[in-house]
Structure formats: C-alpha cells, structure tokens
Write a protein that binds this ligand. Structure first.
Ligand code: ZN
Length: 108
C-alpha cells in the first residue's frame, strides 16, 4: 500500500469516527405492532381474536426477545433511534474494513 492510499484511508476513518461521535441517541432492535391480550375477563376484542394492537420495541438478547411498550407517543422517536443504530452499525462495519486494510497494508 502506498503512502497516498494510507493517507486516504486515514482521512476516511477520521471522517467515519467523527460521524460516529455525533450519533448519541441510538437503540438496537425494532418497532413493531403486537396484538396482545388484556387482563379483562370477557373483553370482546380479545374474545373476537382482535386483541389490542399497540406499538412496542423489541430486541433480541441472547436468543430471548425483550419487549417494551411504546405507544404512539414514543414510537416515532424510537424508530428514529433504531435507524440511527443501523447507521452506526454501517459506520462500524466500514471502519473495520479500513482498519483491516491499514493493518495488512492492502485494500480488498
Ligand atoms: Zn382485551
């Protein structure tokens, strides 16, 4: 790898790290609609199988799904943070590629 390439990769990595640094609010997982039953006996919606659709955040942790109620008021903000998490993941992935290229002195 020549000096020019090394410099270009270092500049790119710094740019990616700066973008990472500005990403503070991120959440892993997804925002989903779940239809859960309520606790009222004889609820018509539950008996009809409609149940109670509502917005939740779900995230898988060690093979288990953790579910958190959001409701309409928090769903959009959560969605934005879920998207931010995906951008963060993409940044980490690219930095990892750049680091490997710098380590071995070769780009793929
Ligand atoms: Zn119900």
């Amino acid at each position: 790898m020549n000096e020019q390439t090394r410099r270009r990769l270092n500049v790119e990595r710094q740019r990616l790290l700066d973008r990472m640094h500005s990403l503070r609010e991120f959440i892993r997982g997804s925002v989903v609609v779940l239809r859960r039953p309520c606790s009222y006996q004889g609820c018509r919606r539950c008996e009809a199988g409609v149940r109670h659709p509502a917005l939740y955040h779900t995230v898988s942790k060690q093979g288990r799904t953790q579910t958190t109620y959001l409701g309409r008021s928090l769903a959009e903000a959560c969605r934005e943070q879920v998207e931010a998490y995906r951008r963060l993941e993409a940044l980490v992935e690219r930095i990892s590629e750049v680091n490997l290229a710098l380590l071995v002195g070769k780009e793929r």
